[in-house]
Design a protein around this ligand. Structure first.
Ligand code: F6P
Length: 324
């Protein structure tokens, strides 16, 4: 089939660089004489018929902006086949022949269902700060989120040093340890706690005491948030009650999701957006644009519908070794 009109949406948590990807899709599509329709607020907006025609200037002056001009959402209704049938009817009625979905593995599962059930052409672009999608080394937004985390911890280190304090700094990522590991190694953190680690409070306390006795004035422990944000407070209480150690908690939260995208995020998003359009024009779907061995390329959508399965224990050890 020949594709004349592409719909584009963002889904799940926003990520810096999504706008760069939207811009690249819109401009590449127009360059290839296609029409682009922006779908607001993800799958939920699709179901409500929230469409906007995109032209060259609708994506002007957005390359440097965080968030997404299309806005985004999480859409529980999308789990039900009857809503996906409605969505396909709406898309066809709008004259949309294919969809570009920018989001994480959950959003790609939604896109895969559209393909499996209705053979609706889809291409995914990985966009999530968590960097946790299978078969891609990179997701748009990760680099910026890490840089934001690093800048925050550097500031915390200043005050931690001045007051000779220990800080538990909790970073986003849900079940992914990617942000925690990179921020931890890059800030010289004394310990990094992975999302599903059973916390060894005794070891934490021993590490902090050992550092202090060799003259350290501050300790930073990076806590990966895990399934629910706030686990740092539990760790803080045990450290106080069982080990008589005071630790301050700082939860970085959504600060890491905002902000102007880094050069890496801008560059990769631009390349992926362009590649997504070319894939649709060449009839290559369902696909996802991914980074593998430093190159942006396409892989089958079914390869990107689960979480990546990386083992971060070596990097956790690296942080501890270098901060001894
Ligand atoms: O998946 C991206 C992410 O930012 C996670 O790191 C975090 O746990 C979650 O989204 C927060 O989601 P929400 O903004 O819906 O609270």
């Amino acid at each position: 089939m020949s594709i004349k009109t592409i719909g584009i949406l963002c889904s799940g948590g926003d990520a810096p660089g999504m706008n760069c990807a939207i811009r690249a899709v819109v401009r590449s599509a127009i360059f290839q004489k296609l029409k682009v329709v922006g779908i607001k607020r993800g799958y939920a907006g699709l179901l409500r018929g929230e469409f906007m025609d995109m032209n060259l200037s609708s994506v002007g002056n957005i390359i440097q902006r965080g968030g997404t001009i299309l806005q985004t959402s999480r859409c529980p209704e999308w789990m039900k086949p009857e809503y996906r049938q409605t969505a396909v009817n709406i898309l066809k009625h709008q004259g949309i022949d294919a969809l570009v979905v920018i989001g994480g593995d959950g959003s790609f599962n939604g896109a895969k269902a559209l393909w499996d059930e209705h053979q609706f052409p889809v291409v995914g672009i990985p966009g999530t700060i968590d960097n946790d999608i299978s078969n891609t080394d990179y997701t748009i937004g990760f680099d910026t989120a890490v840089q934001t985390g690093i800048e925050a911890v550097d500031r915390i280190r200043d005050t931690a040093h001045s007051h000779a304090r220990t800080f538990l700094v909790e970073v986003m990522g849900r079940n992914s340890a990617a942000i925690a590991i990179k921020v931890g190694v890059c800030t010289g953190a004394e310990n990094i706690l992975l999302p599903h680690d059973k916390v060894n409070h005794q070891k934490l306390a021993d590490d902090i005491q050992r550092g202090m006795s060799r003259g350290k004035d501050s300790s930073i422990i990076i806590v990966a948030e895990g399934p629910t944000a706030g686990r740092s407070y539990d760790i803080q209480h045990v450290m106080k009650d069982m080990h008589h150690l005071d630790a301050h908690v700082c939860i970085l939260g959504h600060i890491q999701r905002g902000g102007s995208p880094s050069s890496n995020d801008r560059f990769i998003a631009s390349e992926m957006g362009n590649m997504a359009v070319t894939a649709l024009v060449e009839g290559k779907f369902p696909m996802v644009t991914v980074v593998q061995n430093g190159k942006v390329l396409l892989t089958d959508l079914k390869n990107c519908t689960t979480k990546s399965d990386l083992n971060f224990a070596d990097y956790q050890k690296l942080a501890e070794t270098l901060s001894i």
